[in-house]
Design a protein around this ligand. Sequence first.
Ligand SMILES: CC(=O)N[C@H]1[C@@H](OP(=O)(O)O)O[C@H](CO)[C@@H](O)[C@@H]1O
Ligand SMILES: [Mg+2]
Length: 526
Amino acid sequence: MAQFEEVSQKSKLHPKPEGLTLQYGTAGFRTHAKHLDHIMFRMGLLATLRSKKTKSTIGVMVTASHNPEEDNGVKLIDPMGEMVTAMWEGYATQLANVEQDSLLKELKDIIEKEDINMSEPASVYVGKDTRLMNYYGLVTTPQLHYMVCCCNTHGCYGSPTIEGYYQKLSQAFFLLTQNALNRTDDQKRLLVDGANGIGALKMREMEPFLRSEMQVVLSNDGSSGKLNHMCGADYVKVQQKAPQGMNMGVGERCCSFDGDADRIVYYYTDSKGCFHLLDGDKIATLISTYLKELLIQAGLNLQIAVVQTAYANGSSTRYLEDVMKVTVCCTKTGVKHLHHAAQEYDIGVYFEANGHGTVLFSRAAQKQIQELVKDPNSNDERKRAVKLLESTINLINQTVGDAISDMLVIEAVLAIRGMSAQDWDAIYTDLPNRQLKVTVSDRRVIDTTDAERRAVSPEGLQDTIDSLVKKYKSARSFVRPSGTEDVVRVYAEADTQESADSLAHEVSLAVYRLAGGIGDEPKPLH
Ligand SMILES: CC(=O)N[C@H]1[C@@H](OP(=O)(O)O)O[C@H](CO)[C@@H](O)[C@@H]1O
Ligand SMILES: [Mg+2]
């Protein structure tokens, strides 16, 4: 009773603005920071309930990832470092939107529905990125996921400190790069764009742990520029150009983190000054090809699959299925969907095209690999392959996509295989593509099916898209309502950039006309 009385008193200090409704979206609550005070308070309450319910430590990450500096957000992290369940996302939305005088009733409803024992102790880890300009307890989103998982597995996953994270990753990285002979300083050099965010600070902090095995040249380190402004993974992916403030030499390997360092994309410019993007699809291809080769060398019969979304470039899907003979599956947009699908395989490699992803190894697969490491009868080639697999598992943050961990995996794979950024890029050629946004009065009129690749409403939209696609070669297009912005996203790809642009424009017009477009009609790109 006293607990509820206290909640009731304190909630008055964090009133909900009248008429404001917010949704626990693709990655938690995310909006202008001035609307979030009551949300932060209420999510604190919900995290405590989730902790009591699971009898585990729960994470609360305060971040708005790649959004502009004035936005903020919050999301909950479940015991194994994964996103909170759909059921609890629902509770989060309800709790966020009840009026002040119904808050206690809503809390009591959740407690009753979930049969929560309120005398259980609660444990919550809170992390935040650099948005609050308060340099205490700052972590990247994936570092918090890692620590929550370590805490709940009693150290099996690693030690639940930032130092433990750096140690685990750097050790695994050393073991892998030992297999890359004669690495030159040039090969160890990587230009990193920190998006003026937390990733830059954490990269600096990690540098001493990596000793001379990597030569990081950090730009957009937060010392002067604005968070995510003209820099960061989202800017580079969507604009298909280099961030500001980076001094790129011809052919030099470069990468960009996003604002909370859970995404990464690579790129370089060639001798003609042409920009080449190595996005999430290229990353998934590089890593899955490397793992598949190791499995063959180790004589392990484990099923490996790549999980993508509708935004995956058609060339990547074709290469993985037809050349690599890897199982490919497609889910809805949003990491939680990909993560879930990847759990179905021995090894599930998942990446969104924008560079958010990781690799999951099933418990059985990890056990087989660990046992084989100890097997005295295996020959040298086999031994080398299983040891590489073991260290790769240790280098990967399996709880969530992690820019720092993904970067080290990519650097290790390129080093072991003696590949440059150009070699990696040449594995397959991306189909030219274009992403556009259309504003409509209510984006919920668009309903999709088949992992968001087909629209079932409004009537006639899919038929129109189908007939437009037929006009172009190697073309594909789909539309879906965004889960993080009030827009409809349009994607198109085709054999040339002109065709992709023109198809994207024609489909945007169809959305504008059939789904209640507002403002000016979409204009052609050229
Ligand atoms: C096309 C695209 O990049 N969509 C992004 C974006 O989701 P939308 O639902 O498309 O707004 O934000 C999500 C959360 O960060 C991320 O998971 C997703 O990949
Ligand atoms: Mg992010």
